[in-house]
Design a protein around this ligand. Structure first.
Ligand code: 5AD
Length: 370
C-alpha cells in the first residue's frame, strides 16, 4: 500500500471530483481511523486567552495591524476557572491558545498558568500549547512547567506560498526550526496547514502531507482558509468555482479561492489522505470546517478526524478572537458547546473519550521507545 502513496497519488486524491470516489476516500479513511486510533473522539477544550499579537499574518483577523478587535488578555483567575470547568466536565485535555508574544512578562505569566493548572488538576488535565514561535529556552520552560503538546501550524510547507501570505519579516526557516526544537524537547508535536489558499496548488497540498510525515507529527489541526474582510489577503480574494477540474492550482487564478462547498470538500479530502497516509496520529475536525457547513465538524469525523476542540473562552471575549469571518459558536457558552458537540459526535457513531488525555498511539509508541 505504501508505494501507492506517492506525492502524485496524494495529489490525485485531492483532485477527485466524482462524488462516489470522494465518498469512498472518506469511507476508507474512516475505517483506517477505527483500526488505528479507535472509536473514541477526544475533547480538547480551547481557551483563547489573549488576542494581542506581534505578528501581522496577511490572512489573520487578529494580526497586529487590524485595529478593529478590542484587544484583551484573560487574567490568571479567568483561565483557571475555564480549566476547572473543563476538568469538572470530564475533559481530558485543554489547549491554551493566544496571539504571539515573546516578552518576558508573557512568557512567565504563561509558565505560572501552566504550573497552576497542573497543580489544580493533579496532572489529570492534558495541556496543549498553541502560543506561536518562541525561542528554545521559552519552549523548555513551558515544558518543565507541564505543557506536553504543542500546536504550531506550518500554514503551508511551500516556502514560496509561505512568503506570499506573510509579511517579509516572517521566516519560513524559523518556523520549521521551531517545530524541530519542539520535537527535540519532547513535546508531542502538532502542526497543520490552511487549505484552499490563494496561489495554492494540489502539489503544494500533497507536499504538506509528506511534510507532516517528515517532521514526524503526533497530531494535526488543519482547516479551510476562510477570508477575513479586515485582512489584506481576505479582502483581496474572491471565491469561484474551479471549472478546470484537474488544473494544477486549487482555484483558477491567483487571487481566487474555491467556493465554500469545494473548499470544504478539499479540506475533508486532506483529512482523509492524511489519515490514510499517517494512520495512528490524532487529527482534529477544526472549527473552521463548521464556518463552511453547519455539519462541517461531523463531516470531518466521517473523513477520518478523531479530535474536537470545543471553545471554552467566555462568551464576552469570543467576538474579539475572530481569526476568520463566520466563526461559529460566537454567542454560545462552554456549556452549550459541550452539549451540542456531544450530540454531533454521537450522531456519527462515536463515543467521547472523557477523563483521558487521549494521546495518539503514535505518540505513545514513541514515548515507550525512548
Ligand atoms: N482562515 C482559516 N484559518 C486561519 N487561521 C488564521 N487565520 C485564518 C483564516 N483566515 C488559522 C491559522 C493559525 C490558526 C491558529 O488559525 O492556521 O495557525
Amino acid at each position: 500500500m505504501a508505494e501507492t502513496f506517492s506525492k502524485e497519488y496524494i495529489a490525485d486524491c485531492l483532485r477527485l471530483k466524482d462524488r462516489a470516489a470522494i465518498e469512498q476516500l472518506f469511507t476508507d479513511a474512516y475505517k483506517v481511523k477505527l483500526a488505528h486510533v479507535g472509536n473514541a473522539v477526544y475533547f480538547r477544550g480551547i481557551i483563547e486567552l489573549s488576542n494581542r499579537c506581534r505578528k501581522d499574518c496577511l490572512y489573520c483577523g487578529i494580526r497586529r495591524s487590524n485595529a478593529k478587535p478590542r484587544r484583551y488578555s484573560m487574567s490568571r483567575e479567568e483561565i483557571l476557572t475555564a480549566a476547572k470547568w473543563a476538568l469538572s466536565r470530564g475533559f481530558g485535555s485543554i489547549v491554551l491558545q493566544s496571539g504571539e508574544r515573546n516578552d518576558e512578562g508573557f512568557v512567565s505569566f504563561i509558565e505560572g498558568v501552566i504550573r497552576d493548572i497542573r497543580e489544580m488538576s493533579g496532572g489529570r488535565l492534558g495541556m496543549t500549547l498553541s502560543l506561536g514561535e518562541q525561542n528554545e529556552e521559552t519552549y523548555a520552560r513551558w515544558f518543565r512547567a507541564g505543557g506536553h503538546r504543542y500546536l504550531l501550524r506550518i500554514e503551508t510547507s511551500s516556502r514560496d506560498l509561505y512568503c506570499k501570505i506573510h509579511p517579509a519579516d516572517h521566516s519560513y526557516a524559523e518556523r520549521v526550526n521551531c517545530l524541530r526544537v519542539l520535537k527535540k524537547l519532547g513535546y508531542q508535536l502538532g502542526t497543520g496547514v490552511m487549505i484552499g489558499l490563494p496561489f495554492q496548488t494540489y502539489d503544494d497540498l500533497a507536499a504538506d502531507v509528506e511534510f507532516f510525515r517528515e517532521i514526524d507529527v503526533d497530531m494535526i489541526g488543519m482547516g479551510p482558509f476562510i477570508a477575513h474582510a479586515d485582512t489584506p489577503l481576505g479582502a483581496a480574494t474572491v471565491a469561484t468555482s474551479d471549472l478546470t477540474g484537474r488544473s494544477a492550482t486549487v482555484a483558477p487564478s491567483d487571487l481566487t479561492i474555491p467556493v465554500a462547498a469545494e473548499r470544504l470538500d478539499l479540506a475533508l479530502k486532506m483529512i482523509a489522505v492524511t489519515r490514510l497516509y499517517l494512520r495512528d496520529i490524532n487529527i482534529a475536525a477544526t472549527t473552521a470546517l463548521q464556518a463552511l457547513s453547519p455539519i462541517g465538524r461531523e463531516l470531518g469525523l466521517k473523513a477520518g478526524a478523531n479530535i474536537i476542540m470545543p471553545i471554552l473562552t467566555e462568551t464576552k471575549y469570543r467576538g474579539d478572537y475572530k481569526l476568520y469571518d463566520n466563526k461559529p459558536c460566537l454567542d454560545d457558552s462552554a456549556e452549550v458547546c459541550q452539549a451540542c458537540l456531544e450530540r454531533r459526535i454521537k450522531s456519527v457513531g462515536h463515543v467521547i473519550g472523557y477523563g483521558q488525555w487521549g494521546d495518539s498511539p503514535h505518540a505513545l509508541r514513541q514515548r515507550s521507545s525512548r
